[in-house]
Design a protein around this ligand. Structure first.
Ligand code: GLN
Ligand code: ZN
Length: 768
């Protein structure tokens, strides 16, 4: 039996890498200084894994920016358009590909990023051409292996698998499929592996998470071909084939047939696959059991894990079993020990948690317990403590709120339905709101100026009193309302100045939520997020936003939109419970939001927006599972929105993704109005409306808020005309792509003025 870690977080316990990278980009840190920080982090990570007793410690799991980019860089798959960066140092060139570069007479835009499977981590998308060539540019895997060796660590190099790497990329021209490049990549891959083997590597991990997805045509053959060829070259090297984030299912036969020595499977995300994998696994192969969750923050339940290991032991012998993290630990925060503020994270809750460093220890302890002979008093004590924590979590009154559970149980179909159908609501709302054709609105937030942020910081530190803070916010809201009135916007917003983040803000006001101080997880490059933690049944002790919306509405006769985050997005951007299904947690949040919606209506708010930007990223990896997701996710949204009268207009907002393939589910949400990101793709989204008649009102974003660029009236007009071609014009709204909180007021004012003027022009044109 061996212990196996698939990868460790690389940002550093206190985000040292983030800080060093950003300082380097600003020109405030030298290359040597940056590389020294990067080396320290690796040595720190290797040390703690070795001290914990991990047998297979990963190397090349580190990255300065992204592991997929690292691989592209290693094999010289650098898109042609970055040719001008060749004059830069290697390191600067690397970052230029990631982030773009506009200096020294060079002007290249950043590479595209997209989500790493169904996580919140974003990788740099490889770009391939038909004649794509590969060669070793920098042998980063070898450099890292040797670095570890220099510091006295024997490691297991981690390589992205050939097929997964190619499938993660994109063809940049027509006439070929990227899988056809496998043959050309193979010799370079063999060269890489050869260098590692010659340097002394005994075990190599090859990541092929694509095996848990629906594979495209030809992939199975490509898998067999390249890995048969690879293994033939290195008969004495132990190769671990790693799959994670889901079940192998129909790819089980393929996976076990590949000439790997060890198969790794994710038993946290997909425990049910164990039986079929055990049945299919050939006698000469080992199995790596991914049982310590790489993507969440809960302490492992040792009794459960041991039961599972026992089950495996009945089929295969101990020496063929590896105990492992389910995936790389990249997706969990670094170190729970740093959380020593009992007001932020109480000791009772803390005892239920484990971050990466603690998870590494869990893996080691599980092996000791599973082997079972002569347990030291220390290990026995750890086991006892683990059992106690699990028991406590099962019964804690902090977690279990019978009222919430009963309310969820009592939900009926009626609760997820508005009183009348959309056509009826539309008429009633027209009378209640008196909006013009092509009504204008914004998505909610206005610029969060350094000033606004500084008030919040002072308030949190205690140097600004609640009353003073509120006063400043009220003044900011009043100014924004006046400006919107003057500019001629039809449905106003209060501006969200009181919010730090659209999920954290609600998390802080809901029960069942807690927070960490250092629970950072890499999102992309130097960007980290600190997801709040849902530990218990969620409920809303008191209204959360009514005070601000009511105040804003009191200042004007025009409608002010209430502004809420929807249940699916709150769920998606938090660490969630693993002791009940996601659907159950989503429903609890939905009820809390529903109460807020009803309270807003009671307070005189006539338009309420429930943001669901994350609804698409919750989609399961396999298409066969989509419908089940829609069933609960769309229902959760509808529960949150359906407590109000017909004349209250419910908006929702979505961004960050392509929605073309789930447009019917979006329609099924039955929001009266949806505002949706569209402008970056030049309204490509609207193509689907040629076939699918979206039934309700829609505001396709008319300009990209991610850039400071001010759109011209012409551009906006042109985009709206595209929309008018496929959506009945009476159903169209005019609005930006997303919230404006990252923008400056200057460009915001210019852009929104252009937007309002365009709407006026359209009104003239379509008057009759
Ligand atoms: N209402 C939020 C805002 O305007 C929406 C943010 C988002 O969609 N990501 O900031
Ligand atoms: Zn948005």
């Amino acid at each position: 039996m061996k212990t196996n870690v698939l990868g460790y977080p690389r940002i550093g316990e206190k985000r040292e890498l983030k800080k060093a990278n950003e300082a380097f980009w600003e020109g405030n840190l030298s290359e040597e200084e940056l590389l020294a920080v990067a080396e320290n982090i690796r040595v720190h990570n290797w040390t703690l894994q070795k001290e914990a007793g991990i047998d297979l410690i990963p190397s090349n799991d580190f990255s300065l920016y992204d592991q997929v980019l690292d691989f592209s860089f290693t094999i010289n798959a650098i898109p042609e358009r970055f040719a001008p960066t060749q004059s830069l140092s290697e390191l600067k060139q690397y970052f230029a590909i990631a982030r773009g570069y506009q200096k020294d007479g060079i002007d290249v835009t950043a590479s595209e990023m997209t989500k790493w499977f169904d996580t919140n981590y974003h990788y740099i998308v490889p770009e391939f051409t038909k004649n794509q060539a590969f060669s070793i540019k920098v042998n980063k895997p070898l450099q890292e292996y040797n670095l570890a060796k220099k510091h006295g660590f024997e490691t297991k190099p981690v390589l992205l698998g050939i097929i997964t790497y190619l499938l993660l990329g994109k063809e940049k021209e027509a006439g070929f499929h990227r899988l056809e490049l496998a043959d050309r990549l193979l010799p370079v891959y063999i060269e890489l592996v050869k260098s590692l083997v010659e340097a002394g590597a005994k075990t190599i991990q090859i990541d092929e998470p694509y095996l848990v997805l629906d594979l495209p045509q030809g992939a199975a053959e490509a898998y067999k071909k390249v890995y048969t060829a690879l293994k033939a070259q290195f008969p004495n090297t132990e190769f671990i084939l790693t799959t994670y984030f889901g079940a192998l299912e129909n790819n089980t036969e393929l996976a076990v047939s590949l000439p790997f020595d060890v198969l790794h499977i994710d038993l946290v995300r997909a425990a049910a696959q164990l039986d079929s994998v055990l049945k299919a696994l050939p006698k000469d192969k080992k199995l790596s059991l991914g049982i310590v969750d790489g993507r969440n923050i809960w302490k492992n339940n040792f009794e459960h894990s041991l039961a599972l290991i026992e089950k495996v032991k009945e089929v295969i012998s101990s020496d063929r079993i590896y105990i492992a993290s389910s995936s790389s630990l990249l997706h969990s925060p670094c170190n729970l020990e740093l959380e020593n503020n009992e007001k932020v994270l109480t000791p009772e809750i803390k005892q239920w948690l484990a971050f990466a460093k603690q998870k590494v220890k869990e893996i080691a302890t599980l092996k000791t317990l599973a082997l079972g002979h002569d347990l030291s008093p220390e290990v026995k004590a750890i086991f006892e403590e683990n059992k106690k924590a699990a028991q406590n979590r099962k019964t804690s009154t902090l977690i279990h709120n019978p009222e919430v559970k009963a309310r969820v149980k009592a939900i009926t179909d009626k609760d997820s339905q508005r009183k009348s159908a959309f056509a009826t609501r539309q008429k009633v709302q027209e009378e209640a709101l008196h909006l013009p054709l092509f009504p204008t609105t914004t998505i909610g937030s206005f610029p969060q100026t350094p000033e606004v942020r500084s008030w919040r910081a002072s308030f949190n530190k205690g140097t600004l009193s609640q009353a003073e803070y509120d006063k400043k916010l009220e003044k900011e809201i009043e100014e924004s309302i006046r400006w919107q009135e003057q500019t001629g916007i039809d449905v106003l917003v209060h501006g969200e100045f009181e919010r730090n983040d659209m999920v954290e803000y609600f998390g802080e006001l809901l029960s069942g939520y807690t927070f960490s101080k250092f629970g950072w997880v890499q999102s992309y490059g130097s960007r980290c997020v600190k997801p709040p933690i849902i530990y218990g049944d969620v409920s809303r002790p008191k209204p959360m936003t009514v005070r601000w919306s009511k105040f804003a509405q009191s200042l004007t006769k025009l409608p002010v939109k209430g502004m809420l985050t929807g249940p699916v997005t709150i769920l998606q951007w938090s660490f969630v419970r693993d002791d009940q299904p996601r659907s159950e947690t989503a429903t609890q949040i939905a009820l809390a939001i529903r109460d807020e919606v009803v309270d807003l209506e009671k307070a005189g708010i006539k338009v309420i927006q429930i943001d669901e930007p994350a609804i698409r990223e919750g989609l399961p990896l396999r298409k066969a599972d989509w419908q089940a997701y829609f069933d609960w996710a769309i229902r959760a949204f509808r529960i949150s929105a359906s407590g109000v009268e017909d004349q209250t207009q419910i908006h929702t907002h979505m961004c960050y993704s392509e929605f073309n393939d789930m447009i019917e589910a979006i329609a099924d949400m039955d929001a009266d109005v949806i505002t949706i990101e569209c402008s970056r793709s030049q309204m490509e989204l609207l193509d689907v409306f040629a076939d699918f008649k979206y039934p309700n009102e829609i505001g396709p974003g008319v300009y990209d808020i991610h850039s400071p660029r001010v759109p011209s009236k012409d551009e906006i007009y042109h985009l709206m005309k595209k929309a008018i071609a496929v959506v009945p014009f009476r159903n169209l709204w005019v609005n930006p792509d997303c919230g404006l909180k990252t923008r400056h007021w200057e460009e915001t004012k210019l852009a929104l003025t252009a937007m309002v003027e365009t709407a006026k022009k359209l009104r003239e044109e379509y008057k009759k």
